[in-house]
Design a protein around this ligand. Structure first.
Ligand code: PLP
Length: 393
């Protein structure tokens, strides 16, 4: 097979959908008004911002007034955490999980150094949270709990309904980082009692540099970025109109394609996973097989180096990742897999493939063929060849 480019790193970022790009274009040229301006230039743009707010609200079944535009998922996470703690200065206990993205994890660790009592919930070998541990740790001093909807490295989906209900029953505020979940699984703010939710455009075929923070009506919140009156005083700064309308269109498309995730994307992911598990010498999947994003598989190839696999995949034109794009390059073993108790011999040989609606069956076959050849090559040069592996088992 000839070398071709196959993008299987959609949890790192996604291609901007052609329809999204087309929707954005007029806002760089003719429709350049400031939506806060009273004149016609502002007014004609404002109605498109309002429309985008509705499209985004529809994806998560929220009220458009509860959607606040931000610059990215990281800002949404920071704003949620800082905004809630500033509104509840009397409470000093915060809870999160050990498998959060750095956009949450690092903020909580910073807060711990600055006087907060931090609880980081453990996960089991499948990356699942223990609801009893959460119940035990919640107390009258707990201001905020932040637990992601779905994990970026393994795709494990957390039981949001149960978590949110539990946190609310104890009187704390609940934030979820839904950056990886949005557009991949259903999110319904009508039925799930989440107070704040973060979402990022570039994970669902909108551009990088736009996100939203959902803030449930009635939630006490102190703005993280202060200045003008934009976003109902919850986030200052002139609105990034082209990106906002792009995100609106991307959310509309995501809603239209939600069912396709369960068919097309999941079928491709399952084929990739099944064939690699069957045909590789020693491969295992990391993460709960039951509750996982339909597009993600995180596979460990025991005794071989993840970085070498990624290099050879890249030479074959295949883009995958060893975990979070934000921590790759640091050569630090994944904090997510370590929290799950995955042995070092498997953590180091882990690769994440994350698909999108643009991947094809032919591309998945190409990944399988190349991945199996790469495993064979690397085992031949590994100090732990096939014989040692079999002897060791
Ligand atoms: N949260 C999760 C779970 C993510 O996967 C990411 C990006 O990888 C972020 C937050 C950060 O989003 P952004 O890149 O828009 O800042």
């Amino acid at each position: 097979m000839n070398t071709k480019n196959v993008y299987a790193d959609n949890n790192a970022t996604t291609m901007v959908a052609p329809e999204v790009k087309e929707t954005m274009e007029p806002f760089f040229t003719n429709l350049y008004g400031n939506p806060s301006s009273m004149h016609v230039f502002g007014g004609q743009v404002k109605k498109f911002v309002d429309r985008a707010r509705e499209q985004i609200a529809a994806l998560i079944h929220a009220d458009p007034a509860e959607i606040v535009f931000t610059s990215c998922g990281t800002e949404s996470d920071n704003a949620a955490i800082r905004g809630i703690l500033a509104a509840h200065p009397e409470k000093k206990h915060i809870i999160t999980s050990r498998v959060e993205h750095p956009a949450v994890k690092n903020v909580f660790q910073f807060l711990e150094k600055n006087g907060y009592r931090l609880t980081e919930l453990s996960v089991d070998r499948l990356g699942r949270i223990d609801l009893d541990e959460l119940r035990e740790k919640l107390d009258n001093d707990t201001a905020l709990v932040s637990i992601m909807w779905a994990n970026n490295e393994t795709g494990v989906v957390f039981p949001m309904q149960e978590i949110a209900e539990l946190v609310k029953s104890k009187g704390a505020v609940f934030h979820t980082d839904a950056v990886q979940a949005a557009g991949k699984v259903s999110i319904d703010m009508n039925t799930t009692p989440v107070d704040l939710l973060s979402l990022s455009g570039h994970k669902l075929h909108a551009p990088k540099g736009i996100g939203i923070l959902y803030i449930r009506k009635g939630t006490h919140f102190v703005p993280f970025i202060m200045g003008g009156h934009q976003e109902g005083g919850r986030r200052a700064g002139t609105e990034n109109v082209p990106y906002i309308v792009g995100l609106g269109k991307a959310c509309e498309l995501a809603l239209d394609h939600l069912e396709e995730n369960k068919s097309h994307i999941k079928v491709l992911r399952d084929k990739l996973e099944k064939e690699l598990l069957q045909k590789a010498v020693d491969a295992s999947v990391n993460g709960d097989p039951e509750n996982r994003l339909p597009n993600t598989t995180n596979i460990s190839f025991k005794y071989i180096e993840g970085e070498s696999i990624l290099m050879l995949l890249s030479e074959a034109g295949i883009a995958a990742s060893s975990g979070s794009a934000c921590t790759s390059g640091s050569l630090e073993p994944s904090h997510v897999l370590r929290a799950m108790g995955v042995p070092f011999t498997r953590v180091h040989g882990s690769v994440r493939f994350s698909l999108s609606r643009y991947n094809t069956d032919e591309e998945v076959s190409y990944i399988i063929e190349n991945m199996l050849a790469i495993e064979k090559t690397l085992r031949e040069i590994s100090p732990f060849g096939r014989d040692e592996l079999h002897a060791e088992q």
